[in-house]
Ligand binder design. Sequence first.
Ligand code: HAM
Length: 466
Amino acid sequence: MTSGNDKGAPPSGGRPARTAIKAIRGTRDLLPDQTPLWNRVEATARELFGRYGFGEIRTPIFEATELFARGVGEETDIVSKEMFTWEDRARAASEKAQSLTLRPESTAGVVRAYIEHKLGETGALSKLYYIGPQFRRERPQKGRYRQFWQIGAEVIGPPSSGSESPLRDAEVLEMLASLLNELGVRGWRLELNSVGNAEDRARYSAVLREELARVKDRLCPDNQRRAETNPLRVLDSKDEQDQEIINGLPKIADFLGEESREHFRQVRAALDACGVEYHVNSRLVRGLDYYTRTTFEFTVQTGLGTQNALLGGGRYDGLSEMLGGPKAPGIGFAIGEDRLILVLEEQAKQDAEAAAAKPSEPKLDVYIAPLGVERNPAALALARELRREGLRVEVGDGSFKLRKSFDVANKVARAIVLLGEDEIASGVLTVKTFATGEQVKIARVELVGCVRAGRSRDMEPGPASQ
Ligand code: HAM
């Protein structure tokens, strides 16, 4: 009991009670019952990337804000509203104050590292993969977090290394299809598009700008601004009221020049050759400015709700130059690891439910019902004979009423064998199979073969298990 003057004091004296500190909205703890799946996914990815000649790169978790502003693009949702940015004070005369940002994605950082460490000077392709956290100030919901993990890879190099070849695009896509299959992801769908080269995009943007000028008054304020500064970004707006207008805008596919068209044709031909299924989606422009030519997303219907993009990527042939580097075409992707895990967990749950819903297999092949206690020794002898042949057998008791024998047998076995005086004398047994209700007379010598045949029939896969 508390008296009026000790209001607010802790019940047992000592320090005042404190509210518990919780993880920040949009961030999560991964506990020991969750991390084994994360580790399995990461180990599978590392092993597979190794088979394709990729090596790991680890870049800093924060970078200069300008890297993302220049690389990802000022007008993108990511840069204009989702970055965790702060002004970092100088701590010594030798330091400069600067704007820093927690990385919202890793492609810009990887290309910065490629330039900084002059990886292109070897003349070879750089094939780099990374696994790590990214940060975006998005509205959290299932599959969308403020700190999330990506498993990504980039293939980049001087043009002489073959970095522009459509074969690189197809190889990356084939690798992703293999990874998802090896992880056991079911029902994925590859959406593929080409957003053209810089000239195609300039032509398309000009037309889009004109079209948008006509409908500008009906657009939300964000899209009104984008319609002038970066019309392509209007296409990935999530504003619901603007969707009808956006759907009526011209498509980039109609503005691709011959070079881009041929590049895209060759990507598709290589995918066809290795049997990777895809769906061309001419609306897929992706929400980052650096993309040129091939863009793609893998979606799944299970487990992600509205966030159905499991991974995304594409080609970025001008990014290195945008960041002050040499010409270095590249292509890459990033898988949302949190989303991948959600899908795998959901699919495992579905599998468990399907297994539970399947009628459980009776444990035994036959149940021998002696008809009267005097038949017990013969029943045991028959059971011994059948068990020696490898059958799974239960023996009842002659004191059981026939009804009881049937009830017990139905629970534990697929068939019941009745053993009465006549059966023993004639050597012809009465056998009833519960699944079919069929009751037959079988010579004792044929019993083993019949039971085995019934067992393998039951084990044949039905249409539902395919
Ligand atoms: P992105 O499409 O922005 O591309 O992100 C890739 C994937 O990261 C998405 O498909 C999604 O699965 C996951 N993701 C994005 N935001 C969140 C979030 N808030 N919560 C959970 N998962 C999320 C990129 O990041 C590019 N850097 C990909 C790339 C690499 N392009 C070329 N190379």
